[in-house]
Design a binder for this molecule. Sequence first.
Ligand SMILES: [Ca+2]
Ligand SMILES: [Ca+2]
Length: 250
Amino acid sequence: MKTVFALAAIAVSGSISSAAVVTQWNFNSVINDGLTSTGTTLPFVGSGTASLVGGVTSPSFNAGGTTGIAPASSSDTNTTDNSGWQTTNYPAQGAGNKTAGVQFAVNTTNYEDIIITFDVRHSNTSANTLRLQYSTDGGLNFIDANQYTFTPAATGTGDSWYNRSADLSAIPGVENNANFVFRVVTEFAPSSSGYLAARSTSTYGGGPTGSTLRWDMVTINGTLVPTPGSIALTGIAGLLVARRRRAQVS
Ligand SMILES: [Ca+2]
Ligand SMILES: [Ca+2]
């Protein structure tokens, strides 16, 4: 009987260890109002906090789908009220390397194998290079996720959406952490002391009108780790299933 119980618990609890969206921001209005200029930084799925860092401001929300070079919209499937988080006032040329951008605090307790995806639209004059950084201590210290710098296409195309992905599953402290925070910030071009514009023929411009980055579909994916409580419950459920199956056989 003990063996049956244990096997049933493992089998059933294993089935709930599955990929899930921990938190997602789509920046659309909570109630569809048909206006892309209105939206929210409250999460669409789960819980967490979105904030601006390094002097960046957000004067408004703006369209998640818009004109521009393909792809001309984010991956948001909302076609009637799709907003993006419009951000500007990035640092002046030669200043504030890896300090300015958007930041997200997400409790990853009970989740492992964290993967972050987001969409970003570069204006022509915005920085072409973005850097993902993470914190395991609530945002006191940030560490470069070294393999994750993001630049527009090789041709240096601005005014276009890019779908980005970062697999943090191998980084200690990211998973199962109530104090997990990450941010995406603008970075100088490699081996230089200044920003390169997203469009190769444009000049980088910071400040309130010089460059814009628009964000959408910021998603933290993880795998739910069964808690002791859930194992106990599923174990009982599994035992009942096992009993029922034996009853059917006999
Ligand atoms: Ca709206
Ligand atoms: Ca959106």
